[in-house]
Design a protein around this ligand. Structure first.
Ligand code: ATR
Length: 267
């Protein structure tokens, strides 16, 4: 038994995606969404130990709160001060942060795009952005420029990329190979709507890959305009699927079938 803790999680796509992967791999596992109220993260980790749950995904608002109850953190989770996946290592509970690695794996595996040597601009400096910034640097990006509405937060996020990271402005888009929207701008916008945008689309062009981590709607206003300007576009389900695949491998030791998971997410 595995699951996701958070609130709200009742409408999460993760159970559909993870259970499809379990079924395709003939794994005798099941995955459920557990509504856990703010402030109850420690109780949920305690329940994981008591009930012997095989793994937990962690989402808002518990990503930081679970840390105090865990035995160990990976370097990524420690740097980011946030955990999105809990797995057993023997009898110890380890907190992982797999969002950024999920994006890098998704680009490499599903889209044939290698961030190694790429000049990257990350829009936003929240939890998702920070994980992506760190993972791009670890994957060998040539530079990682963070463009954020609040520049001070952008600088903090850029520090996670070490020597290749810096805070920048929209002008940095001109020389970017990869542009990643990790702000929440565009979420829940009706398909085909022209606004709102996290960046001026005039700055995007045919030499670029534009990735939106927002996946509701799948084609965000940003992706639509980027495509019209000739850029290659990638929607946000790849990261969702690949971070779930990393979690499944951590829990079960089995690498799940990505195509099955992708189809379940899209369905
Ligand atoms: P998550 O953890 O899901 O990444 P978050 O931590 O709430 O989400 O971060 C949201 C990001 O989107 C932030 O970078 C935020 O910018 P600020 O740091 O300036 O708050 C950005 N964001 C949200 N709404 C925005 C808007 N209307 N315009 C530009 N940036 C926005």
């Amino acid at each position: 038994m595995a699951g996701v803790i958070g609130t709200p999680v009742r409408h999460s796509r993760s159970p559909a995606v993870v259970n499809a992967a379990f079924a395709a791999a003939c794994l005798d596992w099941t995955y459920a969404a557990f509504e856990v109220a703010p402030g109850r993260a420690a109780d949920a980790v305690s329940a994981m130990r008591t009930l012997g749950l095989g793994g937990l995904s962690v989402t808002t608002p518990h990503k930081r709160d679970v840390i105090a109850s865990l035995d160990e953190l990976t370097p990524a989770a420690a740097d980011l001060d946030a955990v999105n996946c809990i797995a057993w290592a023997g009898d110890r509970l380890v907190g992982h942060n797999t969002d950024g690695d999920g994006l890098v794996a998704s680009l490499r595996a599903s889209d044939g795009i290698d961030p190694t040597g790429a000049r990257c601009v990350v829009l936003g400096a929240g939890g998702a952005a920070r994980s992506v910034v760190r993972a791009l640097a670890e994957a060998g990006a040539a530079d990682v420029v963070v463009v954020n509405r609040t520049p001070e937060k952008g600088e903090e996020a850029a520090a996670l990329a070490g020597a290749v990271g810096r805070s920048g402005t929209e002008a940095d888009l001109a020389s970017a190979d990869l542009v990643i929207n990790a702000t929440s701008v565009g979420m829940g916008v009706a398909p085909g709507a022209e606004e709102p945008l996290p960046v001026d689309p005039q700055r995007l062009g045919a030499h670029q890959v534009v990735i939106d981590l927002v996946y509701l709607p799948l084609q965000t206003p940003l992706l639509l305009l980027a495509e019209q300007r000739g850029a290659r576009t990638v929607d946000g389900l790849g990261m969702l699927v690949h971070q779930a695949a990393i979690a499944i491998t951590l829990w079960t030791g089995v690498a799940p079938d990505i195509a099955t998971m992708d189809a379940a997410a899209r369905a």
